[in-house]
Design a protein around this ligand. Structure first.
Ligand code: ADP
Ligand code: MG
Length: 699
């Protein structure tokens, strides 16, 4: 049933076909509804009036009340303008129009009281307002509430007079035209306990607020609704999948797990590791497929958790695979895990892009026969030729490097029952974002580092203290440690990146003539890269000059210094990931952030945050607030366009939590929304199918 609000915007009073076309193209507004949900980005208090004598040209929007003394037509041709002297008891200023001169001249009367609103500027030493908004306070026609709404527009729109105040008027026409035509979208069951404002009022107040209080209530209601329906959708998908997919039951704890626990585990598990293993084991016993996200800061011991789960898979006669984003990481995992499993007799193999053909053939055969229990590798694992005998568990490390489609491909490695999936990420995702991005995954968090780790000491240096920094590096290396020096990627120009890095490398050779230096960058062949990395790992070089290719997971416990050049150019989560490369051994480690003097406030905030805290979750929260969720690393690659209209995941975590709990309660009670009292929910839920949010990719 098409609704009244689905009408073409061109039929709205004051719009018409030409303006409609502009609104389509520039703002994506096609229907009455689109316009109605095109919300202001800010409000200005219109209860406050300035004295004209106090108005300064550098002020933002202001409002004055007074009378026009006289008009004067100035200039010629394109420079022609109408200027009016406007005054109150305290002084006078000019009002200037370049367009619509005739209309103004005929409609504004000298001597009458007007309210004038606009942004002051200065011309020839006199304060003026160009194209002010002028209201006749004696007429009741245009009641806009006490807070003036401001809408984003574009240059093109402004040129055609569709500026914020024109949008305001169109919104007003819309408000008049749709009176009595807006129906509630939330049932009393949802609305009442939260005392939500009704939709009709909320939409009115969001555009024409009558008080700050009412605006707040309207905003809350609209944010809640947006988040609520998203959660309803995600959680109901999760319900459906849960019902649709069976999972292997790992019921026995056998030789592999027990032997490892008793003999191979070199340390006590942390409380957090134990808690997480328990959570995972519950999934594995449920008979349903597990889809779990394991979050934990760098160095929190996720690999060990994954390994112990894999041992359970072996104990129950299943194969497991571990997929890493780069070859170097896959090799590292392979080596550490092989060492840790010594004496257990687990049959494991490594499969990457550079695995030889003959070797590959053996791996394929052993996988199909079931002889091979654990396969560790890169993307090469996903290739169709790789098939398993009985794949029970897939572990994906460092999720943000993987596309969701790739994840889905791993699912299909079994016909029939899909393997359990454990996704591990060291890029802490703030809870609010995780609930939305990975809302259909269960989340486990390792929120504790193994004991004895010294927090990395982080400092910020400006250029002028570069010598001190070099001196510090020297003293660390002379004490037997190693250092990373990281240069930023300048994405516009690969050549410049390289130059940047090369210069850095040359400089380091001059500054530290007695030390051996490695270099790694994105343009090197994987084998060259690995060889350089290996030299550094083996302690044959003392300094590693690199771009961000070393960001993920590489482990060199003896490295105790991380210098990040032009640190202001890095995102927060990237800085945190980089810093995680040090502090892996017993020594006190340091992260030195170098920046120029001229940095933006946002950069400063990022660097301050790094200096203040080592807590990845806190950093992720700040990052979310600074950048907005669309930008958070990983959301782009995952193919999830997160287009929220009014809610902000960085700021509205509390509303999200309420919305999610409520949605969850409702679905527990009525998973298909079939009850009469949920009819309204079902109706709007089904309408969401066509939103830009791409649900299918959240596998
Ligand atoms: P992550 O993958 O979470 O960044 P790792 O699994 O690589 O972290 O672990 C980092 C280091 O900490 C490894 O050397 C690992 O052996 C060690 N480790 C893991 N768990 C513990 C623990 N409970 N106690 C002491 N050290 C641990
Ligand atoms: Mg790791």
């Amino acid at each position: 049933m098409p609704e009244y609000l689905d009408q073409d915007i061109k039929f709205l009073v004051g719009v018409g076909p030409k303006r409609a076309e502009l609104l389509n193209k520039e703002l994506g507004i096609y229907t009455f509804r689109d316009l109605l949900y095109y919300f202001p980005y800010k409000y200005i208090d219109r209860t406050r009036f300035h004295n004209i004598s106090e108005v300064r040209p550098d002020q933002a929007y202001i409002q004055v009340k007074g009378k026009i003394r006289s008009f004067e037509l100035l200039g010629e041709g394109r420079k022609q303008r109408l200027s009016a002297v406007f005054f109150d008891e305290t002084g006078s200023m000019d009002l200037v129009w370049f367009q619509g001169i005739k209309y103004i001249r005929e409609n504004l009367l000298p001597g009458k009281t007007y309210v004038v609103f606009g942004k002051p500027s200065v011309f020839s030493g006199r304060v003026n307002i160009i194209h002010p908004e002028v209201e006749d306070k004696t007429s009741e026609q245009f009641k806009t509430g006490v807070l003036q709404a401001f809408y984003n527009t574009t240059e093109k729109l402004k040129k055609r007079f569709l500026n914020t105040s024109a949008l305001n008027k169109i919104q007003y026409n819309l408000a008049l035209q749709i009176q009595g035509k807006i129906y509630e979208t939330l049932p009393p069951k949802v609305k009442d306990p939260l005392k939500l404002m009704d939709l009709k009022n909320a939409l009115r107040q969001i555009h024409f607020p009558e008080s700050t209080h009412l605006l707040q209530k309207a905003t809350f209601r609209l944010k809640f609704e947006e988040l609520f329906y998203i959660q309803l959708k995600i959680l109901s998908l999760k319900h459906k999948r849960y019902e649709a997919f069976k999972g292997f039951v790992f019921s026995s704890v056998g030789y592999n797990f027990n032997h490892f626990y008793a003999n191979n585990l070199p340390f006590e598990l942390t409380g957090a590791q134990k808690k997480v293993i328990k959570e995972i084991r519950k999934d594995l016993g449920s008979g349903k497929q597990m889809n779990r996200l394991l979050q934990g800061d760098v160095g929190s011991g996720k690999t060990l958790v994954a390994l112990m789960i894999a041992l359970l898979a072996f104990d129950n006669g299943f194969q497991a695979s571990l997929m890493a984003p780069t070859e170097i990481l896959a090799i590292q995992h392979y080596n550490t895990i092989r060492k840790m499993l010594q004496g257990l007799g687990v049959n494991m193999a490594l499969l990457t892009g550079s695995t030889k053909k003959s070797q590959r053939k053996i791996i394929h055969e052993q996988l199909e026969s079931g002889e091979l229990q654990l396969l560790i590798g890169t993307h090469a694992l996903i290739e169709d030729v790789v098939s398993f005998h009985k794949l029970g568990l897939v572990i994906i490390d460092e999720q943000h490097r993987f596309g969701v489609a790739q994840r889905a491909k791993l699912w299909k490695k079994n016909s029939g029952i899909p393997p359990h999936i454990l996704v591990m990420t060291a890029t802490p995702i703030p809870r609010t974002l995780a609930m939305t991005l990975y809302g259909d995954l269960e989340v486990s968090v390792i929120d504790e580092l193994p004991p004895g780790r010294k927090p990395i000491s982080t400092r910020h240096y400006y250029e002028n203290r570069r010598k001190e920094v070099y001196q510090f590096i020297r003293s660390q290396i002379e004490g037997g440690r190693q250092a990373y020096i990281v240069y930023p990627l300048i994405s516009e120009s690969e050549k410049m990146d390289y130059k940047n890095l090369e210069d850095g490398y040359e400089l380091m050779k001059q500054v530290f003539p007695r030390f051996k230096i490695s270099m790694v960058h994105g343009r090197m062949k994987p084998a060259e890269k690995d060889a350089e990395m290996q030299l550094f790992k083996d302690g044959k070089t003392q300094i590693m000059v690199a771009t961000t290719v070393i960001e993920v997971g590489v482990d060199v416990p003896n490295a105790s210094v991380m210098v990040i050049e032009s640190a202001e150019r890095f995102g927060l989560s990237q800085l945190h990931q980089l810093r995680g490369r040090v502090g892996r051994g017993a020594e006190q480690s340091y992260c030195l952030l170098m920046s120029s003097y001229k940095i933006s406030n946002e950069s400063r905030k990022r660097l301050e945050t790094m200096v203040r805290t080592n807590d990845g979750f806190e950093i992720a929260e700040v990052d979310l607030q600074l950048r907005g969720p669309g930008d958070i690393e990983g959301t782009q690659q995952s193919g999830l366009g997160l287009n929220l209209n009014i809610a902000n995941l960085g700021k509205d975590g509390e509303i999200l939590r309420i919305a999610r709990n409520l949605a969850s309660d409702i679905l527990d009670d009525d998973p298909r929304l079939e009850k009469e009292e949920h009819k309204l929910l079902r109706y709007h839920y089904l309408k969401m199918k066509n939103t830009e949010f791409n649900w299918s990719v959240i596998s």
